[in-house]
Design a protein around this ligand. Sequence first.
Ligand code: FES
Length: 86
Amino acid sequence: MADHVTVEICMGTTCYMMGSAQMAGMAERLPEEWKDRVTITGKRCTGACQKAGQYGRAPFVRVNGELIGAADEGKVLAAIRDLLEA
Ligand code: FES
């Protein structure tokens, strides 16, 4: 179980157009009990979008370092829950 989870949302052009724009306000939508334990930041393109097939497709989000492809808010919340509550 993790004490703290860091979420890095790629805000590069490809990811932004593919859906990370919708995740940008996610910090405000976190359950109250997670708010002190989760940090959400934006990142520049790290190149994952150029290696389609290897990492999945955009948008990409890292949750405690683990790369999630085709990310959406539901997937990211599930990954956070696994880390905080497992
Ligand atoms: S734009 Fe997100 S990995 Fe390239």
